[in-house]
Design a protein around this ligand. Structure first.
Ligand SMILES: Cc1ncc(C[n+]2csc(CCOP(=O)(O)OP(=O)(O)O)c2C)c(N)n1
Ligand SMILES: [Mg+2]
Length: 436
């Protein structure tokens, strides 16, 4: 059954976490947020519940009562409420009666497999019991802002908070490659500010992962060997449990040395690692977004050494010719590649002039390890979209940034630190969010 705005919200009686029964019609005279979510304690559902918790005062002031609904048991709800200190009740719809009344028990698909589950949907019910709004595209991290239509409640973290995430990301990268004595620490250390600026400040994205990415900004990591940094930022922004970082590069892990889609890791939409392909994918995706009249943006990161791949320039030519002005490509301009400085291996010469000659709008972010500068650069890039040209962000970074003995050399491109080096490096990076 599909409900519509203006209809009377179906009444129901249901059990909450304490075992007590509540009846929707008992709340006439109040506005009710009835939010259906898939599962207690999963990243997206935790983000959504915590966002409602953190803004609960405003919700009360505006006259709302909040109820979460999932098919979890009373006991599971109790644990979730205690752990997250939630100030509202959760309905244990184990028999799915409320789901069926609201049409939120639906067939879903995960990588081609069909299964039944909860469609994350919020019904806003007014004082007389009518449906005032149905929110199907839930922004879990900013759900209160969505319900109250208050963009000012949109959560953006402050610069010092974001800087802390950079430090943690660097620790994650070093610990991950050290644990398996393989992998690539250098470039992800240099791109920490970029990853954090993108995922925690710039991207309009949903860690409740949907492969098709409709209505979201998308990011592709073309230089797949930066995987350790990408996995860290994905986990830290809620795509999968942070504890899973400890499986990096292990057999049967979802966190392969180079990102792959076979393993179904949320956040990954293409395999990468074979250099030179990401820009082509980003451009194809950007074209699909245009056809779908989806106004969101497509981001891609490439290495500077990677630009020695011929496919990059074919894609560059295509993007300019077809006016792909919803693409923001960033080049990690660290001047290093696997065997030495790019200047010695195969000189890139004047990259700015090259991209401009290919018809791109080029911006330079000269301080690629200064978080404020990286954010400002990405803001500027965003402001230049929609003007007929694709955008290229030349991001000047230092390979190995954050650890004094790793900076500015290709030596750490693909070598892990030993025990002693790890200890030294971690001593230079504050543990801020807790090691995995
Ligand atoms: C098609 C292809 N050729 C070669 C490689 C091997 N390779 C891996 S990383 C790398 C260096 C690339 O340089 P850059 O993009 O500057 O990365 P950085 O060293 O800065 O991390 C090379 C040649 C590869 N992964 N794919
Ligand atoms: Mg490089």
């Amino acid at each position: 059954m599909s409900l519509e705005v203006g209809q009377l919200a179906p009444d129901f009686e249901a059990k909450i976490e304490t075992g007590a029964s509540i009846k929707l019609s008992d709340y006439r005279g109040k506005k009710v947020i009835l939010y259906f979510y898939p599962k207690d304690a999963t990243p997206g559902c935790t983000a959504q519940a915590c966002n409602l918790r953190d803004n609960y005062e405003q919700l009360l002031k505006a006259g709302y009562v909040v109820f979460g609904v999932s098919s979890d048991t009373e006991k599971s709800h109790q644990k979730f409420i205690e752990k997250q200190n939630l100030p509202f009740s959760l309905i244990a719809d184990t028999e799915l009666t409320v789901h069926h009344a609201y049409g939120t028990w639906v067939e879903k698909s995960m990588y081609g497999r069909a299964y039944m589950g909860t469609a994350r949907t919020t019904f806003v019910i007014d004082e007389v019991g009518k449906i005032a709004e149905i929110i199907e595209k839930v922004d879990t991290k900013n759900h209160t802002a969505q319900v109250l239509k208050e963009p000012s409640l949109m959560k953006k973290q402050s610069l010092p908070e974001l800087q802390k995430i950079c430090s943690q990301l660097r620790r994650d990268v070093l610990r991950m490659v050290h644990a398996v004595q393989s992998g690539h620490p250098g470039a992800p250390l240099g791109c920490a500010e970029f990853f954090v600026a993108l995922y925690f400040d710039q991207l309009n994205h949903n860690p409740d992962f949907q492969m098709n990415g409709k209505g979201e900004d998308l990011f592709f990591l073309s230089n797949g060997h930066l995987s350790a940094g990408w996995y860290s930022v994905l986990a830290r922004s809620g795509y999968f449990p942070v504890a899973e970082l400890k499986t990096f590069r292990k057999l049967n892990s979802r966190l392969q040395g180079h990102p792959a889609t076979h393993e179904h890791l949320p956040g990954i939409r293409i395999a990468s690692g074979s250099l030179g392909q990401g820009l082509s994918v980003a451009i194809g995706t950007a074209q699909a977004k245009k056809l779908d009249q989806d106004k969101s943006l497509v981001y891609v990161l490439m290495g500077d050494g990677e630009l020695q791949e011929g496919q990059v320039w074919e894609a560059a030519m295509y993007a300019a010719h077809y006016g792909m002005d919803n693409v923001i490509a960033t080049v990690d301009y660290n001047g290093q590649q696997i065997d030495g400085p790019t200047e010695k291996i195969m000189d890139l010469k004047n990259l700015k002039a090259k991209w401009e000659a290919f018809g791109w709008e080029v911006i330079e972010t000269k301080e690629g390890n200064d978080l404020a500068a990286v954010i400002a650069g990405l803001e500027r890039a965003k402001s230049l979209t929609g003007k007929g040209k694709p955008i290229l962000n030349l991001l000047y970074t230092e390979m190995g940034y954050g650890v004094d003995f790793m900076v500015g050399t290709h030596k750490w491109h693909g070598s892990p630190p030993n025990d002693e080096q790890l200890a030294l490096a971690l001593g230079q990076l504050e543990e801020t969010l807790g090691d995995y």
